[in-house]
Design a protein around this ligand. Structure first.
Ligand code: NIG
Ligand code: FE
Length: 404
């Protein structure tokens, strides 16, 4: 048992059973000022106003199981439903190409981009890959991420894709954060394959990948995989792996529609969408997920999150942490960009980086809000913070303690 008391603001309260928030509900969250919260067996047992604090006798004492929040805000930890943090080495040389004006597509066409990371990863031993990746996992956890999804997709042949999935499994087994695993064999055409042969190779990898991964992803976009490829791959994965799709980053690709058709848990990126994508998502169980970090880093348009919410949809935000388009896993910066660049209210952006992002990786039954029964995966801030200040003063240190 442990008790946190003198909480200035308990933020992110949701009733049991709310697995995502959409439309107007995305702009609302439960707040309780001057509160306590009790944790039992790693889960939120109960909470309430200080006037009802249960074990007040332990409050001033040295009981190590109780924690004086001293007026800090207590909120759910960040949930990051889209990352590529298992990679080898770095792509800092491409950073100069980018500064000198080459686009993401031009860098990829010169043999850089995903294939560059694939070459590095194929040369890296599994233990070393794990060690390099764990540095990033730790970085994310230190910044308050308590649940994350990690994709394969830099192997691009059966051996190296499975190596990535094993590393993700090993991360899951060693860190206290929740980790979900996605097979992204269809990230780019692997070296030495024709387009057609590689799509078949991805399909052939699915049964083995399904033993290791929770989800399947396809980079359904101009210059990568077509809607037809995506349809074939997702049909082959039916019943084995739930889809989460890269769509509409480089072009209006049709990726949203094919993702919805296959019951995708999320469609991600969405820098380029029309009203047809909004219509396709209406009434579906698919979470539109936007990645402002890649808009920032690549100079792409920001997703139309506000329009999606106005249309009654929910939106999730994730970091896309990867070496090519978003070399950052800072979910607080993602939250801030949601407000500053996408004009979400602080509460809309907060729900996007917690509950809705947890939904987008199938974890919102356990993560993403202050709800009795959910994991006590929480951030306690220094005194004087609230959700607005968190986004507004977006670089000031604010974390006092992270509970996972
Ligand atoms: O989500 N767009 C495709 N994949 C990644 C980038 C991968 C890379 O450049 O290494 C993304 O942006
Ligand atoms: Fe991505």
């Amino acid at each position: 048992m442990s008790l946190i008391y003198n909480i200035g603001i308990l933020s992110g309260i949701q009733p049991e059973g709310v697995l995502r928030v959409e439309g107007a509900a995305q702009g609302k969250t439960g707040i309780l000022e001057n509160a306590w919260l009790k944790i039992e067996d790693g889960r939120i047992a109960c909470f309430g106003p200080m006037s009802t604090c249960p074990d007040s006798s332990v409050m001033p004492g040295p009981d190590r199981a109780s924690l004086d929040a001293s007026g800090g805000m207590l909120m759910p930890g960040f949930c990051d439903s889209h990352t590529h943090i298992v990679y080898a080495g770095s792509r800092d040389s491409e950073f100069l190409d980018k500064i000198n004006g080459l686009s993401y597509e031009e860098i990829a066409a010169r043999g850089g981009g995903i294939l560059n990371s694939s070459d590095l990863l194929n040369r890296t031993l599994e233990d070393d890959l794990y060690r390099q990746s764990m540095v990033r996992v730790k970085e994310m956890m230190d910044k308050g991420t308590v649940a994350m999804e990690i994709k394969s997709g830099y192997g691009l042949n059966p051996d190296a894709e499975m190596k990535m999935l094993r590393v993700i499994r090993r991360i899951r087994e060693t860190v206290p954060a929740a980790v979900k695993s996605t097979f992204l064999g269809a990230h780019a055409i692997g070296r030495g394959y024709s387009h057609k042969a590689y799509v078949q190779a991805v399909i052939d990898m699915i049964p083995e990948a399904a033993k290791w991964a929770d989800f399947i992803d396809v980079f359904c976009d101009e210059g990568f995989f077509t809607v037809e490829d995506t349809d074939r791959i997702l049909s082959a994965a039916k019943g084995l792996l739930t889809p989460k799709i890269h769509a509409n980053e480089l072009a209006v690709s049709g990726g949203v529609q094919i993702g919805v058709k296959h019951g995708a848990l999320s469609v991600d990126h969405l820098e380029r969408t029309t009203d047809a994508e909004i219509e396709a998502l209406r009434g579906s169980a698919t979470m539109p997920t936007m990645l402002p970090g890649s808009s920032f880093f690549l100079g792409l348009p920001y997703g139309r999150a506000k329009d999606f919410i106005k249309a009654g949809l929910g939106v999730a935000l994730a970091s896309d942490y990867n070496p090519g388009s978003s070399p950052s896993g800072d979910m607080r910066f993602v939250l801030a960009q949601g407000c500053i660049k996408m004009r979400l209210t602080p509460v809309e952006a907060f729900n996007a980086v917690t509950l809705n992002s947890a939904y987008a990786m199938g974890l919102s039954g356990d993560y993403g809000s202050i709800t009795v029964g959910k994991k006590a995966a929480l951030i306690l801030t220094e005194p004087g913070w609230d959700l607005t200040k968190l986004a507004y003063q977006y670089q000031t240190p604010y974390i006092r303690k992270i509970l996972v």
